[in-house]
Design a binder for this molecule. Structure first.
Ligand code: ADP
Length: 163
């Protein structure tokens, strides 16, 4: 049976921190599915197909990394795909509580599925989608935080007056 890990998140937009987690995990599993969430009640900057396209563009040619969009419970998607592991990333202590609650909720719903936490590398520890959007809005330097191809799209959306 092939080992499938699912990395769910908003990825609004994907950052270098997410990319590092995905690359590291892709060495451990036969397949990694980056699952872009489409929660109708969240205020996203990019819609789900834009967010998924950006993720896809980061991993072109890497056959064991796939991208999908999902609305609903991650565990329902996982059961459909026969995936065994949920991957999440951990940065600061602040992530710990949220991620612990989520992992235990998922354990309660689907005890056969394991949550696998991956620590951020120190150089990516401070990177978040929210921080990146805040920087873009205020004209901060985005290089090294998101893939280069995303920089102008972010600036166009959030800071259209920037020369
Ligand atoms: P969500 O909306 O589910 O929090 P995100 O796209 O913000 O989705 O993040 C998805 C996962 O990636 C979360 O587990 C988050 O903690 C983790 N993550 C985000 N940024 C980083 C980073 N720089 N390093 C490691 N993990 C990260």
């Amino acid at each position: 049976m092939s080992k499938i890990a699912v990395y769910p998140g908003s990825f609004d937009p994907i950052t270098i921190g997410h990319i590092d987690i995905i690359q590291r995990v892709s060495k451990l599993y036969d397949q990694v599915i980056v699952l872009v969430s489409d929660a109708g009640d969240k205020n996203y900057l990019f819609n789900s197909s834009e967010r998924a396209d950006y993720v896809r563009k980061c991993f072109e040619g890497q056959k064991n990394i796939q991208v999908d969009i999902h609305r609903g419970l991650t565990i329902d998607y996982m059961r459909k795909k026969n995936a065994q592991v949920i991957v999440r990333g951990l940065r600061a202590v602040a992530d710990f509580e949220y991620e612990g609650t989520l992992a235990n909720m998922n354990y309660r719903l689907a005890p056969e599925i394991e949550t696998f936490m991956v620590f951020s590398r120190p150089e990516y520890y401070f990177i978040s989608s929210r921080g990146v959007k805040e920087l873009a809005k205020n004209g901060g330097e985005l290089k090294g935080l998101v893939p280069d191809f995303l920089i102008s799209d972010l600036e166009k959306k959030l800071n259209p007056k920037k020369p």
